[in-house]
Design a protein around this ligand. Structure first.
Ligand SMILES: [Zn+2]
Length: 293
């Protein structure tokens, strides 16, 4: 069973997407910040440089168009630099982890980053999953294939749990965590202070999470946007990572429009670490303004 899980993980990594460089090991890092009365911590897991070869970003536009957007932002034009990060939320009586990164077998640094934050895996009470892609669920398993957070309830939307179990890539992890999973209805209030936000498109049950304390709010948008530069400047361009391209584009523009109007603090798992900032309107699209709330 363990070797099956390891084999499936290796397969998932190899089959990530055509042209995608293997995610790279990044140093452990934990950035704490406050949201109202709550303590949150951004946790680094890995870096994921994606080649600008037309296979992932701007698949319908071509590398020259993507390079133009990168250049205008002062970024390198041969690679789209993505981070892989998770978010920890400390609530009264609960330690909540949102997403789990690649997992130790694939070089993910989440557990080391958690240690930097002073949190033992056994102290995590709830793991919330935005969606079941390998860079978000790989860390549900420890290096030995057993659940990495032995005392945690694992929560994801009911359509995402169904999707995960239907995918060859997701089946092995799903089998190992099955008795810890509590699916929820899209948009459900999960606990005092955390509400699921239905953001289907990237995957069928893709979910953001809104964290609230008093009048303060922050939303973890999951993979509604991948690049802080390209996905925001050109939200209507095709990205191979979206399961449903049209739904992904529509949902991306809708959530970015909402966030640019509300100025609500955002956590985005693939934006430059620590992945916290706000979305602002810019021309026909949007731009990222990094900064803690
Ligand atoms: Zn992702």
């Amino acid at each position: 069973m363990r070797s099956m899980v390891a084999g499936a993980l290796a397969l998932m990594m190899a089959a990530a997407a055509p042209g995608v460089a293997a995610p790279a090991v990044a140093p452990a890092a934990a950035t704490p910040f406050r949201l109202g009365a709550l303590r949150l911590v951004a946790l680094r897991d890995a870096s994921n440089p994606v080649p600008n070869d037309g296979s992932v970003f701007g698949k319908d536009q071509g590398p020259a168009a993507v390079a133009g957007v990168l250049k205008a932002a002062g970024a390198a034009t041969d690679t789209i630099a993505l981070s892989v990060d998770c978010l920890l939320v400390t609530l009264p009586g609960r330690v909540v982890l949102i997403d789990t990164g690649l997992g130790p077998k694939a070089g993910g640094a989440l557990l080391a980053s958690l240690a930097v934050a002073g949190v033992r895996p056994g102290a995590v009470t709830d793991v919330l999953i935005t969606h079941s892609h390998f860079d978000h669920v790989g860390g549900l398993l420890a290096a030995d294939g057993t659940p990495a957070f032995p005392n945690a309830t694992i929560r994801m939307s009911a359509p995402e749990w169904a999707f995960m179990q239907s995918q060859d890539r997701g089946k092995a992890i799903a089998a190992a965590i099955r008795d810890k999973v509590q699916p929820f209805a899209p948009g459900a209030q999960l606990m005092p202070g955390i509400r699921a936000v239905a953001l289907p498109g990237h995957t069928p049950g893709h979910s953001g999470y809104e964290i609230a304390s008093g009048a303060s709010r922050l939303i973890d948008i999951g993979d509604s946007a991948h690049s802080a530069i390209v996905s925001l400047a050109e939200p209507d361009w095709t990205i191979t990572y979206d399961t449903d391209s049209a739904a992904g584009k529509a949902q991306r523009r809708a959530i970015l429009t909402r966030l640019a109007a509300s100025h609500e603090p955002v956590f985005a798992p693939h934006f430059p670490f620590p992945g916290v900032g706000t979305v602002v309107a810019k021309g026909d699209g949007f731009a990222w303004k990094p900064g803690l709330p």
